[in-house]
Structures are given as C-alpha cells and as structure tokens.
Design a protein. Sequence first.
Lengths: 255, 215
Amino acid sequence: MPRNAMKTRGFTMVELIIYAGLVMISLAAAYMILVTNTQNHFGTMDRLENEQVLTRIEGLLKRTMGQALNVGTSASLGGWIQIFNSTSTNVLTTFGVFEREAKLLRSGTTDSLIRNTGIFFMPPTVNGGREFEGVLFVDLDPDGDGRVQAGYDDQFVGGLVSMQTVRPYFSANNRLISLDVEVRARFFPVNQSRALRCYRPTGCPAGMTGGRDETRVFTILFRNNNLGNSPLDGMPDLALGRVYFFQDFTSRGGL
Amino acid sequence: MRNRHGFGLLGILMIMAIVLPLLYMSSAGVINQTSSIRAQQRQRLQMRDAFQNLAVLLRQAYDKAKSNPSCPSKTRITTPSGNVDLCITANTCVKNEEQPSNAFCLQPGIPSGRNIEVMAVLDIPDEGKKWWASLPDLLDGVEFGPTKAHAQTKPSPSLPTLSAPPSFNRPGVAAPVRRCNGTDLVCLTLRLCARGTSCANNEAYYQRIGFTPPH
C-alpha cells in the first residue's frame, strides 16, 4: 500500500481531538440553550401567572369601584372608600362600602339595578406561629339584601402583602372622581413549602424569604359617581360628562 | 473511505443545523405564547378605556346635535328609549389621555340607522389589532344577573381566619335607579369587535350607556 494511502485512512489523533472538542462544544452549547430556554419558559410562566393575578385584581376593582354611585371618603356622603395603607394595621380593614350599578343590561328591561358592594382587606398575619397571606375580599351583595361582609363566599384574591390608596381626586362636593390603588403581591416558586412562605411586608424570619414581590398601581375612575347637581338644570354631573355606564360585559357573559 | 469511520465535521454541522433551529423555534414559541397571553390581558383592560372614550365622543356628538339643529351630517339612531341624534363632523376624535396612541374617531357621512361605523384605533403592539364599534347594537331578551362567583385565583391554604368581620347595610344616601325611558336616560348599547372579523364568531365587548338629557 502506498504510504500516502495509509495516511488518509481513519482519523489521526489530532483530528479526533478536534472533532471531540467540536462535539463537546456543540453539545454544551445546545445543553446551555436548552437549560436557559427551560428556565426562561418556567420563569416567564410564573411571571405571567403573577401578572394575571394582579390583572385580575385590577379588573375586579375597576369593575366594581368604577360603577360606584354615591361615593366619597366619609360615611356621611353615603358610600365611602377609605384612604389607607394596610401596612399600618394588622386587622381586617374595610376598604370601602358603597352602592353600585350592577346590572349587565341589554335591552328589554330598561331600569338599572343597584346593589351594595363591600371591599375588605385582610393584611398578612401571624397566628400560632403560622404565616397567613393578605387577602382582598369583594362582596357584591348577590342576594340583594344590602348586607355586605368579608367572607370566603365572596370574590377573594390571596397572596397579597399590602394595599394602599393614594392620590384621591375629589369634586367640589367631596365626591371621589378618581383614586390610585397600589397592590403588592408576593409570589413563591411552586416547590417552596407553604410553611416557609412569609407575606409580611418586612421582618420575615430568616429562612422564610425567597418570594418575589410585584407591585401594580392603577387608577380607578369613578365614572358613575354623582359629583353634584348642575346649577343649570339640577341634573347630576358625572365624571365623563353626563354619560351613565351600565355594567359592561362580553359576549361570553363576564368581563 | 474516511466517511465510514465517523460523522466528520460535515456530520456535526448537519446535526447542529437540525438542533439549533429546533431550539430557536422552541424559544420563539415561548415568546409568542407569552406575548399572546399578555396582549389578551391588556386588551380587557384597554376595552374599558375604549368604551369610556367612545361614550364621551358620542355624548359630544349628541350635545352638538341638540345645540345645532342644522348640523350637516346629523345621524338619527332609534332606540327603545327614544331617538338619539348625533352630529358627526369630520375629525370628530377623542384621545385617551393616559394612552395618547389610542384614539376614537366617528366617521362622517356614513349611512344612518343601525350601522354607524366608529373607528377605534387601539394600540396593541403585540397584535396590531384595530377595533371597530357598531352602534346601536340592540339585543333583546338576554340579561345577566350578578352571580355569586368564587374567584379564588390560586390554592391558598394559608388564608387567615376572619374573626368578627365587619358588616354593613345599605349606605345612608340611596342612589336613584336610572331608567332608560327617554326622560331619565336615552340608552345605547355599544359593541366593540376586532376589525375585519365577525362579531358572531369572536368575543365582543359590550357596554350599555345612558345619556342624561342635555342642558
């Protein structure tokens, strides 16, 4: 066999080393991309779920408070909403109680329907060495008896750390035109034991951290609120210029 | 001869050519999925703003028609609670102060009746959707009452107990019940759908509004 033919058969050691190196680099790169993608995927899904919770809170409060009819910050005006910061209390707090337009109305019946609404916030608490998360309750008075109170038969959202109302904007007769609400929620990795989850705003014991806080601030426009009667004709003024909003809905029934 | 002994550089490149696009596609899939869900969430919140803007615009057109009986493009809508005359002139638009890129414009010169088209441009970058509204869209006989919904979003075994929860009865100042009877309110039902699609096959957003009589 010619000497040159011997040389071209099989791999030389140098070639093998180079190929092995290339294969290792390729596999390592592919593995890293896969790991990063997987982490990104689960991180994004977690983040998305967190966003969804906050969006649900925002929607729930806009949907209910946006329909409030006679609301200020004092009970003497009828309905009221409290300007508060939940971090200064550790007991169940009434966020607001007021009447609202409540009918998902298409044509046919032309009267509005008024229902009471109660919104309550239970801040994170510690009881018997156990940590409890903050919970927002919204009682929509579904049975129509006018009585509202916080309970687990209401609409409620847990996992909250704190809640506060800021920047109220009033009309001349002290009725609310708009209000900013700040909600802070804490999210934990799925595999973190419930016993190791702490929802307190500050001062969580060592070993009970690891949650990620997300805060959302949104503005609620009290678009149906009676801002006083116009001197021109005695009709009530509304936030958006005498447009009254019935409760909105989608073709699937809710919003 | 050499090909019998292993993949060679070409083989590795071919494997990479298959694996890398797959990885890229999986990343793109995740990103798309995320964007889509986020867009849906935003959409719902934006619709509320959209309705508010549209309602303000219609109210302006309503007042203008009342104060200017000789409006050149007055459009009459007949509803069960009375007639609604709208004065729709060119460039009747309103912008959302919080989201200046969102605007609503009433289109002048469109035939009167049930199908007045209202351009509603909503800036949803991920979807690039535009919305249109037709009004009034009067539907009969379907009514949704408030339901006792349980909207717990996550399993929450660490919910606090509620000791002596506060309870309230109806607030002292009772709000008047509003009626769509032409004297209290003249009412319209607005429907917003994605442009270029059939509302029947897609989720539509509804808002019933009432105009108090003009000054």
